[in-house]
Design a protein around this ligand. Structure first.
Ligand code: BGC
Length: 392
């Protein structure tokens, strides 16, 4: 957990001599805001991303395992960056309060809403706990309890990423039976989440895939229509700022020419980096009646030219932590670079016999061995640290 640290010099007296003793660092609880927070405009301006306890502890445990002193020091810096907390099951909800109860005034805590029925319809690695049709469970046992917790913290600022991959899958994978089956629940579930979480101290960003997904010329309009329709069905909630892009992704924000700009199909996609994607998609969102601000996940996009293809999403080998969270993005459309995917947590298992094994996690450019999605991969974490750009 983040806080302000004060160095206290403890003095010990031995006999008649005062001997120097180690500096003792004692954490002082940084105070939360004393009045209600109302988020308007860019919620990241003047606020620091909060480093939650869960991920901070994971990083500390990981650093403990590193013997190389300089790598260890770099690893510890990861904890300072501030990474989103994923509510990926109902059981996780009981950890929410402990992770958000002491967010200092001047910080903003990031949380990912991720438990739709029939989750991850076009892949297997992140299939969730709720089955297609469990929409009432999603509402009453997942969204409602989360809302109740947020309501207890009106003095705290929150940024939410809403349901990664869900609506983008309905745009581009609509022909898969699993996505057909999930469609109604996704639309109803996302609308319910947006409506229910529309509190003054919360800013919401609906997941919009990335440039290599909805950025194709033919996907921009249908993508904006899909998101815009759900947004309007939710009653156009005031606290929706726009979209989250590149969540758990690998694309550069502004590398030019873009990584796949020489690919044979590049002529069909002008969104060769996330900045271009947002520039192209934002006006479409506005035409579809939705706000078009964005946040971009830069947690693991430090290194480019690693993937054989744009669509390779699983534990990309050689990746490094990317630009640190900041609201200085150089684009008025981009509220912040954020770390959404907790670097070190797997995207999916490489165990071919596992139920959730997805072939993407067995590709040549996917790091192996890898544990189940969300589980810690120490070796992969260490590589992210070593390959971080900018260096940690
Ligand atoms: C997994 C989640 C996990 C998240 C963050 C997703 O791919 O399915 O279980 O919480 O990544 O690591």
């Amino acid at each position: 957990m983040k806080g302000f640290y004060t160095a206290l010099v403890a003095s010990a007296v031995t006999g008649a001599f005062a001997v120097p003793s180690p500096i003792v660092e004692e954490r002082q609880a940084a105070a939360p805001c004393t009045t209600a927070v109302t988020l308007t405009g860019n919620p990241f301006t003047g606020r620091k991303m909060f480093a939650n306890k869960d991920y901070t502890e994971k990083v500390r445990l990981a650093a403990d395992q590193i013997t190389d002193a300089s790598l260890k020091a770099k690893a510890l810096k990861v904890a300072e960056a501030g990474t989103f907390l994923w509510m990926d099951t109902r059981a996780k909800i009981e950890t929410l309060e402990d992770n958000i109860k002491d967010v200092p005034c001047g910080s903003i805590a990031g949380v990912v809403i991720y438990d739709l029925p029939g989750r991850d319809c076009a892949a297997k690695a992140s299939n969730g706990e709720l089955a297609v049709g469990d929409i009432s469970v999603y509402k009453s046992e997942y969204i409602d309890p989360i809302v109740a917790i947020f309501k207890k913290y009106p003095n705290t600022a929150f940024a939410l990423v809403i349901e990664p991959d869900s609506l983008p899958n309905l745009v581009t994978n609509a022909d898969l039976q699993t996505c057909k089956d999930s469609a109604t629940g996704y639309r109803e579930g996302v609308a319910y989440a947006l409506k229910s979480l529309n509190l003054p101290n919360i800013a919401m960003y609906i997941d919009a895939g990335h440039g290599g997904w909805l950025g194709w010329n033919d996907n921009l309009k249908p993508g904006a229509k899909e998101l815009g329709t759900v947004y309007k069905n939710a009653g156009s909630p005031k606290q929706v700022r726009g979209i989250a892009t590149n969540v758990a992704g690998w694309n550069s924000f502004d590398m030019s020419p873009g990584e796949f700009s020489k690919a044979t199909d590049a002529q069909w996609n002008k969104a060769q980096n996330e900045k271009q994607y947002i520039t192209l998609f934002s006006p479409e969102l506005k035409s579809a009646g939705m706000p078009g601000q964005a946040i971009v996940d830069t947690a693991r996009n430090g290194v480019q030219n690693l993937r054989k293809e744009w669509g390779h999403w699983c534990n990309v080998k050689g990746a490094g932590f990317g630009p640190r969270p900041t609201s200085t993005t150089g684009s008025t459309l981009v509220d912040a670079f954020v770390w959404v995917k907790p670097g070190g947590e797997s995207d999916g298992t490489s165990d071919t016999s596992a139920d959730r094994f997805d072939s993407f996690c067995g590709y040549e450019d996917a790091y192996q061995p890898a544990p189940e999605a969300g589980q810690w991969n120490q070796a992969y974490f260490e590589d992210l640290v070593k390959n971080a750009k900018p260096a940690l």
